[in-house]
Design a protein around this ligand. Structure first.
Ligand SMILES: *[C@@H]1O[C@H](CO)[C@@H](O)[C@H](O)[C@H]1NC(C)=O
Ligand SMILES: *[C@@H]1O[C@H](CO)[C@@H](O)[C@H](O)[C@H]1NC(C)=O
Ligand SMILES: *[C@@H]1O[C@H](CO)[C@@H](O)[C@H](O)[C@H]1NC(C)=O
Ligand SMILES: *[C@@H]1O[C@H](CO)[C@@H](O)[C@H](O)[C@H]1NC(C)=O
Ligand SMILES: *[C@@H]1O[C@H](CO)[C@@H](O)[C@H](O)[C@H]1NC(C)=O
Length: 945
């Protein structure tokens, strides 16, 4: 309010001066500030932000004073007191801004832009400055010592830049005094031209009014200056992700107002001073990823306000501090990977708001207290790798928000709680490497979201409950090294999402292997060794297309091995020590080799057999020759262009459990009539086919010409090869493919709602996609890409992620489609190819290098995620947004205006988290982009530091 009044008042005064006889020389007030600003503007070229900044000569009464310019604020006297151009996409330097012209400046806010170059050393002339925020730019500078002059500054944020401190004075004794002779000494060279990491200048301790000091994410090294302890008004101190070393200064104990202290990810060492316990206002304390030793500060929650505490990945030893036990405010706690000791039952209390606690890999002993059941909001509980004994308390099954439970590698005994199935949100359960006994509870089938289950290396007995077959999302199942007996329930074959590993080895399982296991077509590794399994290896195992490792050794299996390339080429050890396995492969005896087995006593018999075999072989040979010449004759008559497509000349259907025929498809699409066409793409048309039995498919037809161009065949084969190896709930299902001389087509799952691009482009559709659905869509695409990049061997790069290639199911779930340009990323082959992809989504590096990596997909994903948030392709916004991770971009400015803003705080947090993740993903530097796996994991767990 006062600001507005001020502005209008100053304008009025100004106009009055204009109207009055020019006794005060009003028209040509020598406006140093305007001149300095215009000079700065000139250095930017033509950027629209500065449209309102015009020279007095061309200005009229309304724009003459800089006080009316965008981002400039004046006081009543017409002096510039604030320059605020945060988030404006400013691209340039501040080296040309003459700070000496702004003696009244109070605020300078240029955060989140693309500023480069140095911070001018005369910044120290802004002697009234109170607020300086240059964070999230690319400033490449030493921190000017003159900053120490700005004694009135209360907020100083230069985080996320390429700023460094002063050189270590002991290395360069006179580093700060220029050589009188003017010779470029080594020191001066270093000072002027390169940015070796430097120290945080001790002089910062002069800024007595500082309330916020953020230097994180730049390039400071060396010790933390003890003078920071003088900043008694500090509430926020961010020194994370630097290369700081040495101890935490004892003087920090005087920072009584400190709420937030970030020291994580540095090389700090030594004991954490007890004096930190004096910080009675602490809400957030991050000490993780340093080399601290000794005890955790005993009064860490002395003020009773601590919410977020991390000390993981250090060498802390000794007991859990008493003050933590009663710290009811805790929300997140990370203490993993230390040497902490003590009794876990006695040292922890009840934390009603706790959502995340990781105590893994310490030396905690005692038993798990039933109290953990009272921490009702826990989503993650990990205490792996300790010495915890006793039983798993039944109360733990009350944690109905739990997503991850890991108690592995302890000394837990007794049974698995029978009610474990109540943990219905659980994604990951690991109890491996304990001394658990008794049966696997039948209720485990209630874990309908479970993706990973590891009960290996225990003393579990009894049968594998068939209810396990209800955990339909399991990707990884390990029950090995127990005493499980009886047969393998055939329902295990329903776990079609199994992918990483099915390990039932080292048990006492008996009976035949259920042929239903052949349905596990995504499974990569199967271990059934060291059991008492008998009978044949089911021939359905030849359907296990994804297998890369198998072990069936040490059983009583017999008969032929399945007829598939994988089984033909697997190592013989995988089948050793069985009753009577045979197959056409080294290390096994061939099947049907009855005569060698019957011994060689009867020579006549052998002669007869040999003669008979020779005769039949020659007949076979003649038949083959005849067939070959016939085929050759035919193929000469056929179109000469067929090339390699010829091999799939017959209709092939994979993965499809109903029966349908080529003819049915022709009928269902009325012989590919235009009325059935639902989409046209670069190389293909898509048809909707309603089969006689009511099923609906999308048929993607690549060409109907007799002459199939090689390009098409290539694209077709790429798609087939990539897709048949992909099985994921966020990837469009491929049921079958057909390569017939006149038609090349793929049979897909039909996606009722069409593409994301289509639905976002109309207002009704956009409104239907509320924030919850949009978040799910982004997550779905992230999971699909993570799967392609990190779970496929070799990894698959999509290359053309865009909103056109993300389809939606009837429940508006995302399914990634169109792998026309995808190619198996074979590490041996070159990844340099022509640019593929959709304009506006293609990563910038492809414009000059053409090196296709997973990071190109990450870029396109970032664009897509932003598009889902904003409602249309974010084109210009992307050039505006800077690449660095940033928490503070205006959410309201970007969200799709067709939706009302998110109601709950929760979902607003989620959206800004997503926004920041998207921004990280389209970082221009591929190396700085996260991997899809980490994106996918972060989206799932939603843990932010
Ligand atoms: C004077 O300023 C107003 C408001 O900015 C603008 O619309 C108008 O075009 C300007 N006139 C001239 C001559 O610059
Ligand atoms: C510090 O401020 C004083 C006046 O307030 C000024 O004379 C001096 O040049 C400044 N020093 C630096 C290094 O900017
Ligand atoms: C940071 O500065 C160093 C030294 O000048 C330079 O090598 C590096 O590329 C810069 N990094 C960024 C992100 O600007
Ligand atoms: C738990 O969280 C709620 C909501 O954030 C807060 O109001 C309450 O004070 C917290 N409880 C404790 C014991 O800190
Ligand atoms: C647990 O979380 C819910 C929502 O996530 C929240 O409403 C509730 O206040 C939390 N419980 C406590 C005890 O804070």
């Amino acid at each position: 309010m006062p600001n507005y009044q001020g502005k209008y008042l100053s304008l009025a005064v100004f106009l009055a001066l204009l109207v009055l006889p020019s006794s005060c020389n009003g028209n040509s007030v020598p406006n140093r500030e305007a001149k300095a600003l215009l000079k700065w503007k000139e250095s930017f070229g033509n950027q629209s932000i500065f449209q309102s900044w015009v020279t007095p000569a061309t200005a009229n009464a309304t724009t003459q004073s800089p006080c009316r310019w965008r981002g400039v604020t004046c006081n009543n006297a017409g002096n510039v007191i604030a320059i605020n151009l945060a988030y404006t996409g400013l691209k340039g330097t501040i080296e040309n801004l003459d700070f000496s012209s702004f003696p009244n400046l109070l605020r300078l806010d240029l955060k989140v832009n693309q500023l480069t170059g140095k911070i001018p050393s005369n910044i120290g002339l802004l002697s009234k400055l109170q607020f300086l925020d240059l964070s999230t730019n690319s400033l490449n500078s030493r921190l000017p010592l003159s900053l120490a002059n700005l004694t009135l500054v209360y907020e100083l944020d230069i985080s996320r830049n390429n700023i460094t401190g002063e050189l270590d004075p002991s290395l360069f004794p006179d580093a700060n005094s220029r050589s009188k002779t003017g010779l470029m000494s080594l020191k001066n060279f270093l000072l002027q031209d390169t940015l070796l990491s430097g120290r945080i200048p001790n002089e910062i301790g002069n800024l007595k009014h500082l309330s916020l000091l953020a230097l994180d994410g730049s390039h400071f090294c060396g010790p933390i200056p003890p003078s920071l302890g003088n900043l008694s008004s500090l509430t926020v101190l961010q020194l994370s992700s630097l290369q700081l070393s040495g101890n935490i200064p004892v003087s920090f104990g005087t920072l009584r107002k400190l709420n937030i202290l970030y020291l994580h990810i540095n090389h700090l060492s030594g004991f954490v001073p007890e004096e930190l316990g004096n910080l009675s206002s602490l809400v957030v304390l991050h000490l993780a990823e340093n080399n601290f030793s000794g005890n955790l500060p005993s009064e860490v929650c002395g003020g009773g306000k601590l919410v977020n505490f991390s000390a993981s990945f250090n060498n802390f030893s000794g007991p859990i501090p008493k003050s933590l036990k009663n710290c009811k405010t805790l929300y997140r706690v990370r203490l993993e990977y230390n040497q902490l000791t003590g009794n876990i039952a006695q040292d922890f209390g009840v934390y009603p708001n706790l959502t995340y606690i990781d105590l893994s890999y310490n030396k905690l002993s005692g038993e798990l207290s039933p109290n953990w059941g009272e921490c009702r909001n826990l989503t993650l509980l990990k205490a792996a790798g300790n010495m915890i004994g006793g039983k798993i308390p039944d109360e733990i099954t009350q944690l109905n928000q739990l997503i991850e439970l890991d108690l592995s590698s302890n000394q837990l005994s007794g049974i698995i709680p029978t009610q474990v199935g109540k943990l219905s949100k659980l994604l990951s359960l690991s109890l491996k490497d304990n001394k658990l006994s008794g049966p696997i509870p039948v209720g485990i089938g209630g874990l309908s979201n479970l993706e990973s289950l590891d009960l290996s290396t225990n003393m579990l007995t009894g049968p594998i409950p068939y209810q396990l077959g209800d955990c339909s999302k399991l990707r990884d199942l390990r029950l090995n090294e127990n005493g499980l007996n009886s047969t393998i329930p055939y329902q295990i074959g329903n776990l079609v999402a199994l992918q990483d590993l099915l390990d039932l080895s080292y048990n006492s399982l008996s009976g035949e292997i259920p042929l239903q296991l052949g349905k596990l077509t995504s499974l990569e590794s199967l271990n059934l060794s060291h059991n008492n399994l008998s009978g044949k290896v089911p021939s359905s195992f030849s359907n296990l297309w994804s297998l890369v490792a198998v072990n069936l050794s040490y059983n009583n299996l017999e008969g032929p091995l399945p007829n598939s390339n994988f089984f033909r080429s697997a190592q013989p050890e995988a089948f050793s020590n069985n009753k009577d396995l045979c197959g056409e492969r080294q290390g096994l005896k061939p099947c049907n080799a009855t005569f060698t087995e019957n011994g060689g006593n009867d020579k006549r018999k052998i002669v007869i057999i040999v003669v008979a075999s020779l005769a039949s072989i020659s007949i076979l040979l003649m038949v083959c020759i005849w067939i070959l010449s016939f085929l050759r004759y035919r193929s000469v008559n056929q179109s000469k262009v067929e090339g390699r497509a010829n091999r799939e000349n017959l209709f092939s259907i994979w993965q499809f459990n109903g029966k349908f025929m080529y003819k049915d498809i022709l009928e269902a699409t009325k012989n590919f009539d235009e009325t059935c066409c639902i989409g046209v793409g670069g190389f293909a048309k898509v048809y909707k086919a309603e089969m006689p039995d009511g099923q609906v498919f999308a048929i993607k037809k690549l060409s109907s010409h007799t002459d199939i161009e090689m390009q098409l065949v290539k694209s077709f084969k790429n798609e087939v090869a990539a897709l048949t190896e992909l099985r994921h709930r966020n990837i469009v299902k491929l049921y079958g493919f057909c390569s017939e001389r006149r038609h090349l087509f793929l049979v897909y799952e039909f996606m009722e709602r069409g593409s994301l691009a289509k639905i976002l482009s109309n207002d009704v559709g956009a409104k239907e996609l509320d924030w919850t659905k949009r978040i799910q869509i982004i997550k779905g695409v992230a999971h699909a890409l993570s799967y392609m990049h990190h779970d496929c061997v070799p990894p698959i790069i999509h290359r053309d992620i865009s909103s056109k290639n993300v389809l939606l199911s009837s429940e508006l779930e995302a399914r990634v489609s169109d792998f026309g340009t995808a190619r198996l990323l074979n590490p041996d082959s070159s990844n340099w190819t022509e640019v593929a992809g959709t304009y506006g989504y293609v990563a910038p590096e492809l414009a000059y290098s053409m090196a296709v990596t997973e990071k190109c997909d990450v870029y396109s994903f970032g664009v897509l995620a932003l598009e889902v948030l904003t409602g249309n392709h974010p084109g210009e916004l992307i050039s505006y947004l800077h690449s660095s991770p940033d928490q503070r971009i205006g959410l309201a400015d970007v969200l799709d205006p067709r939706l009302s803003s998110p109601v709950e705080q929760q979902s607003e947090d989620g959206l800004s988290f997503m926004l920041n993740l998207a921004i990280l993903c389209f970082n221009p530097n591929p190396q700085s982009r996260p991997t899809m796996r980490s994106v996918s994991q972060q989206l799932e767990v939603g843990c932010f530091w």
